[in-house]
Design a protein around this ligand. Structure first.
Ligand code: ATP
Ligand code: MG
Length: 577
């Protein structure tokens, strides 16, 4: 009852409403629906090239394409743009599928490959040759480049441009049949060598590459260029709204030209700005460089901006979707602060992650006046934000671990944690007072604290109304689960790692992006954490049992994010100085 009331007083939960905010793409779609341009249908697609793992930028495109389809009761296809014959594609294909599913989207049985259309594309090319608007060119690729001109200077026509249709048909067939070597000739569209749009200067449609393709094997030795394959693939699938990033805006006249020449279904291409994130790189080529150079442990290293890395690190997929919605769609390129993504992650975990206690850098505390051989099971709340998540028992005993930095021998003024002669509350337990500091006789390092406790201060139950300013977390020594915890931080130290073209982006790798702690003391329940399970370690941050390195009964934890944006503090301090 109480819960119901609370719900009613709250603003609608953004996460459960599926409608995305109005944007210019939706305006175009709405207009098409009004004018019945595509018979009331909305059919989008997500077209990855299987040459790397998906990253957070792709997530933006996935959320947009699948999201629009969902919202307009339409469909969204998954299409692999595999026009380039390369080797390792199978690994990429399966990772891409896994990532899209993980984000929560479903292409049902509509899993397509541009290579499925190689036959149709060939027929289309023959049609264009027959119409006299495509020709086989025997210039070398260098010559073609030279003949192309510059943005301010018209190009020059190839001497082969006016080959008769019959000759072109014959040569094109020979190209297909493998009678030429790589690079000997290409098929080009015959458009306009003087067009101010360089894409219209007789673009290459097919090139010869005697290479094995992951799906078509050795069937083809000519492969369509992306610009030739992409728009036609959309058309073949009956895509209505072909959403792509801004760099394709001036390819649109070419795509329109092909479609009009072929007289086939004409999707509407709509361009939006790529998602760029501060402190992050999104180029697949550069990400591959990090993987191959072993700067990270793989595409799914939790520091990478890939979806498989974010999954492993513990980012909830809903948080990524929410983030994608929050940043919206723009027509101008912009850089989004990575802190916004981290904020979405925190916001989700604040509500959904169970809170527990874990000590990352342990310091032993002995409560000298607490009885020996006694264990109390203290009641702890799993998530104060959500009472339905219940309570649990945490064992308390005479010897505890606390965090090293919760004690200071020489505390500054506003230090409300433990110090000689000072008191602090142990979460869910008692107020203790530091009576004695034990040091290593050789190093002088503090190794143990002897404290006293006040039995009347038991949390929620004690007779005393004594109050202290600080509350710290702890774990009982004899019950502690010893675990490895990996503290991940941003992979780069600068906002724009690729901004300085003079420098290698790898110079900006953060040397402290990973710290591995092997002697962390966690409350005993965490021993049975399942792979992928997420927690808030109180006062420290959010953590996830690693999907790969955890074993049953021996989870390894990744820090997903600290509780607060520690970088904001650093940036603020830097501005002040
Ligand atoms: P590359 O980095 O190799 O040029 P790409 O990033 O364009 O490739 P694709 O596999 O071609 O990768 O991308 C699939 C889809 O994801 C495309 O529709 C592309 O526009 C979109 N996409 C890629 N990166 C971003 C990004 N940063 N923001 C939004 N959409 C993106
Ligand atoms: Mg691309």
């Amino acid at each position: 009852m109480e819960k119901e009331e609370k719900k009613n007083n709250q603003p609608p939960n953004e996460e459960t409403t599926s409608k995305m905010p109005q944007n210019f793409i939706k305006e175009i779609i709405d207009e098409h629906l009004r004018t019945n341009k595509y018979g009331g249908i909305v059919h989008t697609r997500f077209p990855p090239e299987p040459n790397g793992y998906l990253h957070i930028g792709h997530a933006k495109s996935i959320c947009l394409n699948f999201g629009l389809a969902e919202e307009y009761n339409g469909l969204c296809n998954l299409r692999f743009d595999d026009t380039n014959p390369t080797k390792e594609e199978e690994e990429y294909v399966s990772s891409i599928k896994e990532d899209i599913k993980w984000l929560g989207f479903d292409w049902e049985d509509r899993e397509y490959y541009a290579s499925d259309y190689f036959d149709t594309l060939y027929e289309y090319a023959v049609k264009l040759i027959s119409k006299g608007v495509a020709y086989v060119d025997s210039l070398t690729s260098d010559e073609i480049r030279k003949y192309r001109g510059t943005p301010t200077q018209a190009g020059k026509e190839s001497p082969y441009r006016n080959r008769p249709v019959e000759e072109n048909l014959e040569l094109f067939e020979k190209m297909k049949n493998g009678e030429f070597k790589d690079g000997e000739c290409v098929l080009r569209a015959k458009i306009d060598m003087a067009s101010p749009n360089m894409n219209m200067r007789d673009p290459v449609m097919y090139r010869i590459r005697h290479e094995f393709h992951h799906r078509t094997g050795d069937k083809w030795c000519i492969y369509p260029m992306y610009d030739w394959a992409h728009g036609q693939s959309d058309s073949i699938e009956g895509i209505t709204h072909s959403i792509c990033t801004l760099e394709f805006e001036n390819h649109r006249p070419l795509y329109d030209w092909f479609i009009e020449q072929l007289e086939i279904h004409h999707p509407r291409q709509i361009e939006f700005a790529r998602l760029n994130l501060s402190f992050t790189i999104m180029s697949k080529r550069k990400l591959l460089e990090l993987v191959e150079g072993k700067y990270v442990t793989g595409w799914n290293d939790p520091r990478m901006p890939t979806l498989s890395a974010m999954r492993r690190r513990g980012y909830p997929p809903e948080a990524i979707r929410h983030f994608a919605e929050r940043v919206g769609v723009a027509k101008r390129n912009q850089v989004i602060d990575v802190a916004l993504l981290e904020h979405s992650v925190r916001e989700n975990l604040n509500k959904n992650a169970q809170r527990v206690m874990g000590v990352l850098r342990p310091l032993k505390v002995i409560i000298t006046n607490y009885p020996d051989n006694t264990v109390e099971e203290l009641e702890a709340v799993n998530n104060p934000e959500d009472p339905s998540m219940g309570k649990r028992k945490v064992p308390f005993s005479k010897e505890l671990y606390i965090e090293q930095n919760d004690f200071k021998e020489d505390p500054p003024k506003k230090f409300f944690r433990l110090a000689p002669g000072k008191e602090v509350r142990l979460r869910y337990a008692y107020i203790i007072k530091c009576e004695e500091v034990i040091k290593d006789p050789v190093s002088g390092k503090v190794i143990e604290l002897h404290c006293s406790y006040d039995i009347d201060t038991k949390s929620g139950l004690g007779k005393s109304d004594k109050k202290v300013k600080g509350t710290i977390h702890w774990v009982s020594v004899q019950h502690a689960f010893n675990a490895e915890v990996r503290l991940y931080d941003r992979l780069f130290t600068v906002e724009d790692p690729v901004g300085d073209k003079e420098k290698d982006f790898k110079e900006f790798l953060n040397p402290d992006s990973l710290e591995t702690l092997k002697e962390c003391k966690l409350e005993p329940g965490l021993k049975s954490a399942k792979r992928g399970e997420r927690f808030q370690f109180e006062r420290l941050g959010y953590f996830c049992a690693d999907l790969i390195d955890s074993e049953d009964g021996k989870p390894v934890f990744n820090r997903i994010v600290p509780l607060r944006d520690t970088w904001a503090k650093i940036a603020k301090a830097q501005k002040k100085n």
